[in-house]
Design a protein around this ligand. Structure first.
Ligand code: PEP
Length: 252
């Protein structure tokens, strides 16, 4: 049985006090959703300590949206994996398309970030996905394969067993366009095959989340697909009610 996960990527939204309210709302309503669903919230770095406090005593986990590629030192403005782990993070989102696109994150950087995450007992939520041009050219399979081969293939089997993948087609992120449930299933199954080519049977245990304009109205149909194990949620994670309603989308 693979883990069912609904993770919220708050991006650069909310002031700290608003983030605490949002986290409290998730904790308060969490009991209405099956305990089989693992909720994760990923606020901005500045909110982590306060949100950790708000989540205390609940099973809602804390994640960060990024971490530094280096362990510590003279890297002005960076935040080390050890620092976010010390604040209570269990997860870290790595390789989000916005980081790849706006901050030039390459596979070389991501390999170092993955290493830092594992060295600090964090579970990476590693994002892959093609842009619109690549999808239209039919290159989406090759794009996600390369993103996996260049980073995930460098993991040990033990590390791989502690990894979450998020498939996020860039053309669906924040655009209101969603991959159809069939499109999601097709590429999730492909991703699982690429993982199995390297890690064998362990690939069957790896949670693969869908991300891209996932909301309460479409989550159930997407999550019903065999190889979709939940969602990485952007916009809809900013309202506790919507975020929790997405978790109710699991019927299996
Ligand atoms: C995301 O960026 O991780 C995301 C899925 O965003 P949205 O849900 O807003 O499309």
């Amino acid at each position: 049985m693979r883990k069912k996960i609904v993770a919220g990527n708050w991006k650069m939204n909310t002031l700290p006090a608003e983030g605490v309210e949002l986290a409290k709302g998730v904790v308060a309503g969490r009991g209405e959703v099956c305990s089989c669903v693992n909720f994760i919230v990923c606020p901005p770095f500045t909110h982590l300590a306060m949100v950790a406090e708000a989540l205390k005593g609940s099973d809602v986990a804390l994640g960060a949206q990024n971490c530094a590629a280096e362990a510590k030192g003279a890297y002005t403005g960076e935040v080390a994996a050890s620092m976010i782990a010390a604040l209570g993070c269990k997860y870290v989102i790595l390789g989000h398309s916005e980081r790849r696109q706006y901050y030039g994150e390459t596979s070389a950087t991501l390999n170092k970030k993955m290493e830092q995450a594992y060295a600090n007992n964090l579970t990476p939520i590693y994002c892959v996905g093609e842009n619109l041009e690549e999808r239209e050219a039919g290159k989406h399979f090759d794009v996600v394969k390369a993103q996996i081969e260049e980073v995930v293939y460098n993991l040990t089997e033990e590390q791989f067993r502690n990894l979450v993948i998020a498939y996020e087609p860039v053309w669906a992120i924040g655009t209101g366009k969603t991959a159809t449930a069939d499109q999601a299933q097709e590429i999730h199954a492909y991703i699982r095959k690429v993982l199995a080519d390297k890690f064998g049977a362990a690939a069957a245990e790896c949670p693969i989340l869908y991300g891209g304009s996932c909301k309460p109205s479409n989550a159930a149909e997407i999550f019903a697909k065999e190889d979709v194990d939940g969602g990485l949620i952007g916009g809809a994670a900013l309202k506790a009610e919507d975020f929790l309603a997405i978790g109710k989308g699991f019927a299996k």
